[in-house]
Ligand binder design. Structure first.
Ligand code: P6P
Length: 335
């Protein structure tokens, strides 16, 4: 594989020039976030603030720093009309004539920062509808099928950009030179897996179909699935999805009865949709358990969604358990 810089790769693949400019701007912000994270305790960026965000979650110092960096840097690009962030109650207007809208989770998995476990910035890029303003929620309420690009920067042992512009998924590793360099091209999710990721402590809250599905995984080769499975749970969606893209697997955060009126915990616009575009572009599936996530028509910017994504054959098996199940629940609201 040629040593290709991000910009060279995108131009070589005839990516829309203005889209490349927005991706470049996002990477300026992510490189700054990576620097702050690397400094960690030395820069005094660990720990929490006294604030809670619109999600009702305590904001980590790095949540606020990452959000501020992304807002500041994206404002400098006239192509950005506005942005919606997990850390902002309302969308933020940037440049009135901008062509694009950007949604992001500035630092997914931030509960892991203080224990030095991988976190990441997840982003989704949409075209701004004619005549809308960057501060109008309605401008962002587009299904995942309308995304023109999606990706994340995983801040792990290496900082890695995983990106799709609708023509496959590619990995770019951040070099000491400050360049993102192509390190994996046209990534494909293996169709089969023996690895699943779910927070088992919620087992008693799941709908029966999910309980039956996981019970059968745990029966291993003696059960109906006929093979032994391994389990992972990092509590950082961006790290779980990276594992799934890298070696296959199934990641799920399903609906549960702790919040029966919410379809799930994860957010559609800046977690579910961008991750679903990546997974589908890499040959996997991404579902609410009752329908494709990217077919969900959003009604509010911070709405939540049940998520089950990864290796095609495993997601199809999970869907079978739900198809057979008569006991519906809030998750079915997002068929
Ligand atoms: P729990 C992180 O807060 C996050 O939004 C995802 O990145 C992660 O998969 C999930 O929540 C973890 O949730 O309930 O296991 O802490």
């Amino acid at each position: 594989m040629d040593l290709l810089l991000l910009n060279q790769f995108l131009k070589h693949h005839d990516t829309d020039g203005e889209l490349i400019e927005v991706i470049d701007t996002l990477m300026i912000a992510c490189k700054e976030i990576a620097v702050q994270l690397r400094e960690g305790a030395l820069a005094g960026v660990l720990g929490s603030t006294d604030n809670t965000n619109v999600q009702g979650e305590t904001q980590k110092k790095m949540d606020v720093i990452a959000n501020d960096v992304l807002k500041k840097v994206l404002h400098t690009n006239p192509l950005v009309r506005g942005m919606a962030s997990e850390e902002e109650d309302d969308p933020v207007a940037a440049n009135e004539q901008g062509r694009f809208l950007v949604t992001f989770d500035p630092l997914d998995g931030s509960s892991n920062i203080d224990i030095n476990v991988s976190v990441g910035t997840i982003f989704s890029i949409l075209e701004a509808p004619q005549g809308t303003k960057g501060c109008e929620e309605s401008a962002y309420l587009q299904s995942g099928r309308k995304q023109v690009a999606a990706g994340y920067v995983l801040y792990g042992p290496s900082a890695t950009l995983v990106l799709t512009t609708g023509a496959g998924v590619n990995f770019f590793t951040l070099a000491h030179t400050g360049d993102f360099i192509l390190t994996r091209e046209n990534v494909q999710v293996p169709p089969e897996t023996k690895e699943f990721a779910i927070n088992m402590s919620n087992q008693r809250h799941w709908e029966p179909a999910m309980q039956r599905y996981v019970d059968d995984l745990l029966l291993g080769k003696d059960g109906p699935r006929g093979k032994d499975y391994n389990m992972r749970w990092i509590a950082s969606m961006v790290a779980e999805v990276h594992r799934v893209l890298t070696r296959g697997g199934l990641f799920t955060y399903p609906w549960d009865k702790r919040a029966p009126n919410k379809p799930g915990k994860l957010r559609l616009m800046y977690e579910g949709n961008p991750m679903s575009m990546l997974i589908e572009q890499a040959g996997g599936l991404s579902t609410t358990c009752y329908g494709d996530i990217m077919d969900v028509e959003p009604t509010e910017i911070h709405q939540r969604v049940a998520v089950a994504l990864g290796s095609r054959q495993e997601v199809e098996a999970l869907q079978e358990y739900h198809r057979d199940s008569a006991d519906g629940n809030a998750a079915q609201l997002n068929r």
